[in-house]
Design a protein. Structure first.
Length: 325
């Protein structure tokens, strides 16, 4: 099985090498188990030598992308810095990605490599994952693609994508399991000390209110929520801030922020709770009341829905002093 790892111009070395190394290591485990290695792994690129991480590294490709007429699986790693600059620098590669998929090749984007993949148009009407910090930017740039907030892995029509940063390892393990078997994937996970079972990047997400819109009235409401999240906030109160009816307000808020007002309030409150768990010794009840909740079950359910962890699990994982209370 031919595995091609595209080395993008302005690429991120920490995302380029993992699939290349992992599939090579899978071959080594297959040999150790007395089985035939099945992966033929290569680097491909627009040029023979491609700098990465602002020139800190240089990768020698095995083949130029223009010479690859067929491969079984092509990885598309992220670029370094501005996504727009990354797209411009790799514009020549986009038609090749599309042609390879049309010829039967599977494509797999890693982290914000999803931007390069989306440029092909192959994701239109489909779902994908990308780094949680770039979801708003992605949605604005590719409105016809349904990006899954918090997802680690997305698969659709032989197109795969991973969430942010180290989530790429979960996609690599998934594909090794799919094309080799579970035993080899588990061995790779153990060898590289990876968590093979992680299915969400939500616990790592930092909520920054979506403000890349031009609705000044909604930004005024966002300011109010972020200053008064610990108070009892009603939709009517928020709508009155901009002299709008409830339905009109809710529609405008959703359009601008991609959240309903209630979802936005919840996310601001949970972000405040996360920061308290990380930095203070307050117990769960104290933090719950401080961020505007009075119902323990409701707080726990919303916290887990947004972060993927219970409040206690989050504290134990991220607090400076991990003490269960």
């Amino acid at each position: 099985m031919k595995i091609s790892v595209f080395v993008p111009e302005h690429g991120v070395i920490e995302a380029i090498t993992p699939p290349f190394r992992s599939f090579h290591t899978a071959n080594e485990f297959l040999s150790a188990f007395g089985r035939q290695p099945i992966f033929d792994v290569e680097y491909v690129g627009l040029n023979e030598y491609v700098p990465a991480n602002n020139g800190e590294y240089t990768i020698k490709t095995n083949r130029l992308l223009k010479d690859v007429s067929k491969t079984d699986l092509l990885f598309i790693p992220p670029t370094f810095g501005s996504t727009t600059n990354g797209i411009v620098a790799n514009a020549e590669a986009i038609p090749y990605f599309k042609k390879l998929h049309e010829n039967g090749s599977s494509l797999a984007s890693l982290c914000i490599g999803a931007f390069l993949l989306a440029e092909t148009g192959l994701l239109d009407g489909k779902k994908c994952s990308t780094h949680w910090a770039h979801i708003s930017e992605f949605r604005e740039r590719y409105p016809n693609v349904e990006v899954e907030d918090g997802a680690i892995i997305t698969e659709y029509d032989n197109i795969y994508s991973s969430g942010g940063a180290s989530s790429l390892w979960n996609l690599v393990l998934y594909l090794i399991e799919k094309f080799a078997d579970r035993e080899i994937a588990v061995m790779i996970a153990k060898y590289f000390a990876l968590d093979i079972g992680r299915d969400s990047q939500s616990q790592f997400a930092i909520f920054r209110g979506q403000r890349n819109h031009n609705d000044a009235d909604i930004q005024k409401v966002q300011d109010y929520i972020e200053k008064h999240y610990d108070d009892k906030i009603t939709i009517e109160t928020l709508a009155s801030l901009i002299n709008a009816g409830r339905r009109t307000f809710e529609r405008r808020f959703k359009t601008a922020t991609n959240n309903t007002p209630i979802e936005y309030i919840q996310r601001v409150r949970i972000e405040a709770a996360k920061l308290s768990f990380e930095a203070s010794r307050k117990n769960v009840s104290e933090i719950m009341f401080n961020v505007g909740y009075t119902d323990t079950k409701a707080f726990r359910d919303i916290f887990k829905k947004i972060t993927g962890l219970t409040p206690i699990e989050y504290r134990n994982k991220f607090a400076r002093t991990s003490t269960e209370v």
